[in-house]
Design a protein around this ligand. Structure first.
Ligand code: CU
Length: 120
């Protein structure tokens, strides 16, 4: 009887350990996924960097870090369309790219601002 209890305890310990190990493996896998937060500046009335490479389903975060200019970001493509509306200084817009392809993000206020997004 005592032997059985001991065996049960060992079994429970093994299950708990196993659960802890698989949780650690899962959270490790999540942590090792590519960081999809590609931050793009709008400083000096230009996107920086001007090219960004993503995987399908990833997003970019457009940050208006220009102190005195309102910016904007839009995409018009066959795959999808996006319009941020005004991005005030200090504000951000997040654009998710659902499909593969090459896309151009433009600022409706400053037509020279262009960001090329390459989605693989
Ligand atoms: Cu702009």
């Amino acid at each position: 009887m005592v032997q059985m209890l001991n065996n049960n305890r060992k079994f429970l310990t093994m299950i708990l350990l196993g659960t802890a190990v698989s949780l650690a493996v899962v959270s490790g896998a999540i942590a090792s996924l590519p960081d999809s937060d590609h931050v793009i500046s709008q400083k000096g009335k230009q996107f920086g960097p001007r090219d960004v490479f993503l995987r399908s389903g990833e997003h970019v975060t457009i940050v208006n870090d220009d102190a005195n200019f309102v910016h904007h970001a839009y995409v018009e493509s066959e795959a999808f369309a996006f319009d941020s509306g005004d991005i005030e200084p200090g504000a951000k817009a997040v654009i998710t790219f659902p499909k593969e392809g090459d896309f151009i993000v433009l600022c409706g206020i400053h037509p020279k601002m262009k960001l090329a997004v390459h989605v693989e």
